[in-house]
Write a protein that binds this ligand. Structure first.
Ligand code: UD1
Length: 418
């Protein structure tokens, strides 16, 4: 079993190139099955979830080859619309296959996505969205069976702006005759990126980034080469790391417009931020001030995927902070581990009250989910003494090599086999 071993107390300095976004890659890879031809995805980041999605594509009959840092997907041989539970147990994003398979084969049979450590993650909005396109859906024996042979373009009203449901409906409708409109769609940058990817194949999707997306069906797609956006959550995590440790770092490829909510909070804490078109630089001197309220919201609100990291930052800031988690009910698991490091946190339902203690102490802690694990690494970087973080396979799902990235920024952290 691998662990991260961290010596705390070093300031962060230097430049780092941000990786391609996991949450952009997953729907794009899923969507590649729609096209009966060849697609090249550039600058692939081999996150473990991404590698699972590659396995799903192969199981459907796609030919998938890595060429340098590109992935060449030839889906012309795809002949299968079944995604087995051996995959869906491992990666929740397997649910993204519903829309693309319906688009390509008018049928989809996908095993229910497995449980998740951050709480209940239902898929009712995906199902409701696809039903609005006249897909017949039967949920039986752990599988979602979709029959889209009578699918028609139409209007889809999402009760909540779910990222995955928006993406599924977009992908299901690119080849439908007529116009599909998604109201109350999610507005995340990864959705705009999916739109750009689909349009690079000849689809006609408009409006992503706003809450209404219009898809005009086309008859056929064509081969394409596409380079997805960078990972705003990885970038955000390292900006918070620098805020906690002090120093000055520049993240190349990070975009201000994708990290607006976080940048506002970092400035409020006392950090200096400089941005240009393709980078974000943060400089921090002296003590951080607590942020009175941090409340997670769908984009462009504060992202739930950075909540644990900024919560870790509040433990060492001056003052008291109230962190409210609106998206997932079990996203405070990091708190018991932070308390072992000396933090003062009280949890009440979906609210954590964090009293800044100025300094944490190194301890042996366990990651219980992806972003919580990252939050513990950041805590370890700033803590007095040594911290070990166990169960780091959670962290590897969303950070390519967190220790290599942080070492490049002057941290002292290494991966060990326990
Ligand atoms: C995506 C991201 C994930 C991020 C989340 C919220 C990917 C691969 N993952 O996940 O990292 O944390 O957005 O920003 O892009 N919901 C329902 N019914 C549904 C679908 C969702 O009730 O059918 C609820 C969820 O329980 C959750 C909220 O809606 O409370 C947001 O979920 P959603 O936007 O769908 O997130 P994901 O697409 O799963």
């Amino acid at each position: 079993m691998e662990t991260l071993y961290i010596k705390g107390g070093r300031e962060l300095y230097g430049d780092l190139e941000v990786v391609t976004a996991k949450n952009a890659l997953l729907p794009i890879l899923a969507g590649s099955v729609i096209h009966n031809g060849k697609i090249v995805i550039e600058k692939i980041a081999r996150f473990s979830d991404v590698m699972f999605m590659v396995k799903i594509l192969e199981s459907l009959g796609c030919n998938v080859v890595f060429q340098g840092d590109s992935l060449v997907i030839d889906a012309s041989g795809a002949s299968n619309f079944l995604v087995k539970d051996e995959f869906t147990k491992k990666v929740r994003s397997s649910v993204f296959m519903l829309g693309p398979l319906l688009s390509r084969f008018k049928r989809a049979r996908v095993a229910y996505p497995g449980g998740c450590n951050i709480g209940n993650r239902p898929i009712d909005l995906h199902i409701k969205g696809l039903k609005a396109l006249n897909v017949k859906i039967e949920e039986k024996h752990g599988y979602i069976n979709c029959d889209g042979r009578d699918m028609i373009a139409g209007e889809v009203h999402l009760d909540f702006p779910s990222v995955g449901a928006t993406e599924n409906v977009m992908m299901a409708s690119v080849l439908l005759k007529g116009t599909t409109i998604i109201y109350n769609s999610a507005r995340e940058p990864e959705i705009e990126d999916l739109q750009n990817f689909l349009n690079s194949l000849g689809a006609r999707v408009y409006g992503a980034g706003s809450s209404t997306i219009v898809i005009e069906g086309v008859e056929k797609l064509h081969d394409s080469q596409y380079c997805p956006i960078k990972d705003r959550i990885v970038a955000g995590s390292y900006l918070i790391a620098c805020a906690m440790c002090g120093g000055n770092i520049r993240l190349n490829g990070a975009r201000k417009e994708h990290n607006h909510a976080l940048i506002g909070k970092l400035v409020q804490s006392g950090a200096t931020i400089k941005c240009d078109k393709n980078s974000i630089e943060i400089g921090v001197k002296g003590k951080l001030h607590s942020i009175p309220t941090i409340e997670t919201q769908p984009y462009p609100g504060f992202p739930t995927d950075l909540q644990n990291q900024i919560l870790a930052m509040q433990t060492i800031s001056k003052g008291t902070s109230v962190v409210i988690e609106n998206l997932y009910e079990s996203r405070f698991k990091i708190c018991s581990e932070l308390v072992r490091m000396g933090a003062d946190i009280t949890i009440k339902d979906r609210m954590a009250i964090v009293k800044g203690v100025g300094r944490l102490y190194g301890a042996s802690v366990v990651a219980s989910d992806l972003r919580g694990g990252a939050g513990l690494v950041l805590a370890g970087l700033t803590a007095e003494g040594y911290t070990t973080v166990e169960d780091i396979y959670h962290i590897d799902r969303g950070y390519l090599s967190i220790e290599e990235d942080l070492c490049k920024l002057n941290a002292e952290i290494k991966r060990c086999n326990k």
